[in-house]
Design a protein around this ligand. Sequence first.
Ligand code: GLN
Length: 268
Amino acid sequence: MRIVVGYLYPKVMCQYGDLGNVITIVRRCQWRGIDVEVTELDVGDAVDPGQIDLFLVGGGADTHQRLVCEDLLAVKGEGIRQAIDQGAAAFAVCAGYQLWGHYYRTATGQELAGLGVFDAHTIHRAAQTGTRLDTIARAGSVRAVGNLVVQWGDQALVGFENHGGRTYLHPGARPLGKILAGGGNNSEDGWEGCTYKNAIGTYLHGPALPKNPRLADHIIAAALGRRYGDVQLAPLDDTQEIAAHDQATERSLARPSRARHLWGQGVG
Ligand code: GLN
């Protein structure tokens, strides 16, 4: 069996360690003898919808989103939408998630058009409240930062969030899960993430997939499903991964973080 991963904007959308998701998918496939190829999809590269089984895209600041949004729509949009409609899988994190919705209104109020795969839109909290981000304290005050725990079916997903955008699902859109700790989509309605067919959008950084091996396998099975139908993945020895996951979950639930940090790499 074989999977082709389309890694979107590795040079631009790589601010939050989400490369770990790519590495996790590659390793977990290789450990099972599944061939895996990673195709980097940079600005200017078109998407052949029949080729990519799994799209991965990570987080970035508003500045980075501004750099890629036109390319995402004009060069890749049609190919990505077709692939997703044909059953390709996707895992889009934070800034990537925001740009896969209908639009993202940035901290300064600029509207960036999105792919519209997810029936949702995002507005930066600074634009909602008219907060000027001219001091570190003010910039920090509008962000949702800390541990994030999400009820996903009968399991908990654990990760870290750091975003100013607030995402609102439109009626009928399916969330990824319910928030057990943290802010998630908008810190208001209790929902986190969005799913459409085999595409998942989420605020879970961490990176998320090394911390949540069951989610990683769910995504691998979905990506294989397009070509091979229902696939039973061989189990791996995840004793340590599950122990780390459980401990991270327990700690995040016991001590939900109220801390807000700004990492100093551009606003948003
Ligand atoms: N710029 C976006 C926001 O602040 C995304 C941040 C991120 O990817 N972590 O909401």
